[in-house]
Write a protein that binds this ligand. Structure first.
Ligand code: G3I
Length: 382
């Protein structure tokens, strides 16, 4: 159930107050005047280990203290050209996700000719900075190569299956041993819980999903394999269907390890009951991860919208912190300059935790929540 805007503002106030939830400890929500955005955590910035260059109050260092990897999607063009972008990526995050360059249209722009270069650069960056990599993604209805979309409708099911298998085996084999989590199948569900009517479903039925996981596992048995989708954060038809389906896959012996919750939130909608959903997927023996967090709003950002953005970031991080099977919390890009949001939602933006490479209040909200979580029992590292 989505809550009303008034309820959301109440929770905003609670979330941005200093009584932010410590995992496992439920605090009564006090009635407060609207607080000022939180400031930096009050302790000095210094390297975690001398010479590491990682500040002790960075998101990655604080996350490490509670056994949670903090990640970002990475824009490969910026990574290759902007040293400020690089240093924030290295200092603040312990996992990285390729925002675009591991998608099929980049990897195989011409059939049989692979373009692994940009993704290899990201993997090398991660290795150099002690980061793990989330691979994104292997099967999706978007960003397919033009050569495939041009011929797909005329192909037989067997031909489509052969092409998909070839793609997955080639890409996963190339990165074997270097990817922590793969988003094997991306966004396979409609809002009503039916399967997205993409070319794979049209030609192969829902079997394409189990096959994709099996091929990925064959190519890299140690990678954690995820199904990733949006709006699973809300309890309802879509998340119910996804949960039933992944349970069925697991019961059939399909090698699926986890479920990714994208968590693209918007202040004009109510907050999701994300904790309930993380918990029920975890209870079904899945790892879970927040894979694409951001919180967009209408522009220009008002004080109350800023407060709601802080609350939504806080809600998603705290939900993850409270579920030991939640193994990573990833923002979908860290800086508004490079966000996908304005290109997709006219009049909206400011969705990220930095702008112009300066931390915004939502950055300090995440920092503060992590800092508070370090006072609770350690999470189980996985
Ligand atoms: O690379 C071309 C470039 O050659 C061309 O000149 C330019 C002209 O528009 O387009 C470039 O491609 C763009 C691509 O990003 C790389 O920058 C596409 O137009 C643009 O549509 C594409 O957007 C990406 C979007 O996925 C596509 O669906 C966003 O950057 C990316 O953030 C977004 O990420 C998705 C996740 O993969 C899945 N979940 C939702 C999330 C947000 O939509």
């Amino acid at each position: 159930m989505r809550i009303t805007r008034a309820q959301m503002v109440t929770s905003t106030i609670a979330a941005t107050a200093t009584l932010a939830l410590i995992p496992g400890i439920a605090l009564a929500q006090p009635s407060h005047p609207l607080p000022a955005p939180p400031g930096p955590v009050a302790h000095p910035t210094h390297p975690v280990t001398p010479g590491s260059g990682i500040p002790a109050d960075s998101l990655r260092a604080l996350g490490a203290k509670v056994g949670l990897r903090i990640g970002t999607a990475v824009n490969a063009d910026e990574l290759a050209s902007d040293s400020t972008y690089d240093s924030i990526t290295a200092q603040q995050f312990s996992t990285v996700t390729a925002e675009n360059v591991m998608k099929w249209d980049t990897i195989e722009p011409t059939q049989g000719q692979y373009n692994f270069g940009p993704a290899d650069q990201l993997v090398a960056f991660a290795e150099a900075h002690g980061q793990l990599v989330r691979g994104h993604n292997l099967v999706w209805q978007n960003q397919q190569p033009a050569w495939f979309t041009a011929e797909a409708a005329s192909l037989t099911p067997d031909q489509v299956k052969t092409i998909l298998k070839q793609h997955i085996i080639s890409e996963v084999s190339h990165f074997k041993g270097k990817i922590w989590q793969w988003d094997v199948v991306n966004e396979p569900f409609n809002e009503d819980g039916t399967f997205t009517n993409n070319i794979w479903y049209q030609k192969l039925g829902a079997d394409y999903i189990a096959d994709a996981f099996m091929w990925a596992h064959e190519a890299d048995p140690k990678a954690k394999l995820f199904l990733n989708d949006y709006n699973l954060e809300y309890t309802g038809t879509k998340s119910n269907a996804a949960l039933a389906f992944v349970k069925q896959l697991k019961a059939e012996g399909v090698p699926i390890d986890g479920v990714g919750f994208e968590t693209h939130l918007d202040t004009q909608y109510g907050q999701p009951d994300l904790l309930n959903n993380l918990q029920r997927f975890a209870a079904a023996d899945f790892d879970v991860a927040i894979t694409e967090a951001d919180v967009r709003t209408t522009l220009p950002v008002t004080a109350i919208e800023q407060s709601a953005q802080n609350a939504d970031y806080s809600l998603s991080l705290q939900a993850c912190l409270q579920v030991s099977r939640c193994i990573s919390y990833t923002v979908w890009g860290f800086d508004d300059q490079f966000s996908w949001v304005p290109g997709t939602f006219a009049g909206e933006g400011a969705a990220d935790i930095y702008n112009d490479f300066q931390p915004k209040p939502q950055y300090y909200t995440l920092q503060q929540d992590l800092e508070l979580a370090t006072g609770s029992a350690p999470r189980v590292r996985r």
